[in-house]
Write a protein that binds this ligand. Structure first.
Ligand code: SF4
Length: 703
């Protein structure tokens, strides 16, 4: 019936890690009405401006519509043959270490699972990494060191119940807006908000306390907090004795870093009273949630910063209980789901690693002929191997390393050195990767894809399609499975659809688990296709025989280390990875703006979203503007040893003297020379491999 109203589809916003439920009602003419889903626990009907504008991003004019080989339109059959050939030839000539997949937190869990299985089980290499390395890797590593598994202990309801919310390195008002609304609601009933951030962001402006600390000193603050917890008698002795190990070493390291409050305040560049207020509030408020995000993660000491925060929560037993706990705010919509299937080069699958026992177990489950036996290369190292000619065949899905990786200009050049590059993307304007590709494959986008994502509170939700892909675009999991089939592995990749992939993923999570691994969704391993389609948002773990997932973990211990205990971590002396110098006297901090997402392939389609911040910019403190001859509204050339960009100057007191801020969204295609990734150094955290993109030494001049 042509006049029947289009059914409303329940799906998930494709942007940030809050993972809001969205109701989409197609209008039958290519557009759709979009509203928040009142039934989704993450947002209860609320949407931020990006989510609310999703209906304005459905135009297909800029989409890739057909496969191409060397820029010439091809068929799917020939293009997939070419990908299989490119990988086969490289494997035969150079071995498994010479091939790689580079994935994205925008992929669905099912896409991620198939990619990971193909590479780690059937091609014999663990060179599978993802742009989540730029986003979450330090939190993953911090969780694993402390808890034995990559587990966020709490849930969003903890924000509703907290009396103190601390945001560290997070501009949640812009980057996690619906969660920030929840925090504001908590403040309405009396909860306090503390923001720890060198910048006076919109989030910081309204806070009860803003600690505008010097870049790189977060762990000095939390080291002092650990010492004060002990000295003020706030240690939860029972929890520490029963459920943890390593306090003495961690405390000794913290004492060496922050022996007294005055020296800690001086080191952080804070007023003593502000530091003491923070310590008083944190220690004196049992229901405290400490949220942390990219300001913590994107650092050469990101893992230590995460562990410094986790140490304070472990010391007070404030973990896994209502209204308290450490809380990693995920950047991307499915960074968490990717971690669950092993989308990082240092994880295998279902939270398993590369011990001989785990390799054997996963190999048996997959019936895999060629298991990777050791970790692969993490994102920055992967592309350095491309530069050196060690990786020779690469498939990039749903991300653009020529914009977002450190040393983006060098990355762009490195891609041209590959023997073979395949790119799966939605955008015909993906800057710097399409022209280097041998094969370009048109991917299905949000609204067309079908699968699951996991948000920051471990909640798995269905992303459902509401329209067919344009042209010949196809889902990523299907592309990967078709290449696997062409490489002789058809049986292991004969999935009828995403539900079949999900069932296998769930079964692997429960395989020989017996409570050893935190990630277990065995309770979802036998979903019928219909039940998968109807699946309500659910938190993991959800073991076989359980009716509901777990909202909180670890209040009674049960950590995933072999002895069941959490670990305090003795953190290293905080230091910047690269100091300002006479040649590069300022520190550049990079980040997001409220109304754009990544390289704007979707948000750039909405004029409404462009109104908030329509062009790239550089925030500069008035003292630095005067020192370097910059004027508000003029232009500045920003230079590092790796590249140069030109940005419009915004002079603001909100910027810390000596520091600059520039957003990450604009590319050469959208704004001339504004790819700030070109400036960022390739210094990474030694544990997590996450690049440091918050404190990059640069020089500025008017232009
Ligand atoms: Fe989408 Fe995040 Fe906004 Fe929710 S808060 S609507 S998930 S961008």
């Amino acid at each position: 019936n042509a006049h029947a109203p289009s059914p409303t589809v329940r799906t998930i916003c494709p942007y940030c890690g809050v993972g809001c439920g969205v109701l989409v009602t197609p209008d039958g003419a290519g557009g759709a009405a979009v509203a928040g889903d009142p039934g989704h626990p993450a947002n209860a009907g609320r949407l931020c401006v990006k989510g609310a504008a999703l209906g304005e991003t459905l135009a297909t004019g800029g989409r890739l519509l057909h496969p191409t080989i060397h820029g010439v339109r091809s068929t799917w059959n020939r293009a997939l043959d070419a990908v299989a050939d490119g990988f086969r030839r490289t494997l035969e000539t150079h071995g498994p270490e010479a091939v790689a997949l580079y994935l994205s937190g925008q992929l669905l869990t099912e896409d991620y699972y198939v990619a990971n299985k193909l590479m780690k089980g059937f091609l014999g290499s663990a060179n599978v990494d993802t742009n989540s390395r730029l986003c979450m890797a330090s939190s993953v590593a911090g969780h694993r060191r402390a808890f034995g598994s990559d587990t966020v202990p709490g849930c969003y309801e903890d924000l509703d119940e907290a009396d103190l919310i601390v945001l560290v390195g997070s501009n949640a008002a812009w980057c996690h807006p619906v969660l920030f609304q929840r925090m504001e609601k908590a403040r309405g009933r009396g909860a306090r908000l503390v923001v720890v951030d060198p910048r006076r962001t919109v989030t910081a402006e309204g806070a009860d306390l803003h600690l505008a600390l010097a870049p790189g000193t977060d762990s000095v603050l939390f080291a002092r907090l650990l010492v004060e917890i002990v000295e003020r008698g706030a240690l939860d002795r029972d929890f520490v004795a029963r459920h943890t190990a390593g306090l003495d070493e961690a405390l000794a390291a913290a004492r060496a870093i922050a022996p007294d409050a005055a020296s800690a305040a001086a080191r952080c560049g804070l007023e003593g009273e502000a530091l003491v207020a923070f310590l008083d509030w944190w220690i004196g408020t049992p229901r405290v949630v400490t949220c942390f995000s990219q300001g913590v993660n994107q650092s050469a000491q990101g893992t230590d910063k995460v562990n410094a925060i986790l140490n304070a929560h472990l010391a007070t037993g404030r973990i896994g209980r209502p209204g308290c706990g450490p809380f990693s705010l995920t950047g991307q919509p499915n960074a968490m789901g990717g971690r669950e299937v092993g989308g990082l080069a240092n994880q295998l699958a279902a939270h398993m690693g590369f011990s001989p026992e785990e390799v054997e177990r996963v190999g048996r489950f997959w019936q895999a002929p060629r298991m990777a036996r050791h970790e692969g290369r993490k994102a920055v190292a992967m592309f350095e191997a491309v530069e050196r000619g060690e990786i020779r065949a690469l498939w990039i899905l749903s991300t653009n390393p020529a914009v977002s990786l450190p040393r983006a200009d060098a990355m762009r050049a490195a891609l041209k050195r590959l023997d073979f590059l395949a790119v799966s993307d939605i955008s015909a304007h993906a800057d710097g990767i399409l022209d280097a590709a041998t094969v370009v494959l048109p991917a299905a986008a949000w609204g067309e894809k079908d699968g699951t994502v996991t948000n920051s509170e471990r909640r798995i939700s269905r992303q459902r399609p509401f329209r067919p892909p344009p042209g010949e675009a196809r889902p990523d999991w299907w592309q990967l499975a078709e290449v696997a089939r062409r490489l002789g592995h058809g049986e292991a990749f004969a999935y009828a659809g995403p539900a079949a992939v999900f069932r296998e993923h769930a079964a692997l999570s429960a395989f020989e688990n017996e409570g050893r691994r935190a990630f277990d969704i065995g309770g979802l391993a036998e979903l019928t296709d219909e039940a998968y389609d109807r699946l309500e948002p659910v938190q993991w773990p959800l073991r076989r025989g359980e009716a509901e997932g777990r909202r909180r973990l670890f209040a009674e211990g049960g950590f995933t280390h072999a002895d069941g205990r959490a670990r305090f971590v003795a953190i290293a002396v905080p230091a910047l990875a690269a100091m300002p110098s006479p040649d590069y006297p300022l520190l550049l901090n990079t980040g997001r703006v409220r109304d754009h997402w990544h390289t704007m392939t979707r948000t750039g389609l909405s004029p409404r979203l462009a109104r908030h911040r329509g062009a790239p910019f550089l925030e500069v403190h008035p003292a630095d503007a005067a020192r370097f001859g910059l004027v508000d509204g003029g232009f500045a050339a920003v230079r590092s040893p790796h590249g140069e960009v030109q940005l419009k100057v915004v002079v603001t007191e909100g910027q810390r003297p000596g520091s600059l801020f520039a957003p990450i969204h604009w590319t050469d295609a959208t704004a001339g020379r504004a790819r700030v990734g070109a400036l960022v150094h390739a210094i990474t955290d030694p544990v997590s491999g996450q690049p440091d993109s918050k404190a990059v030494p640069v020089a500025v001049r008017p232009c």
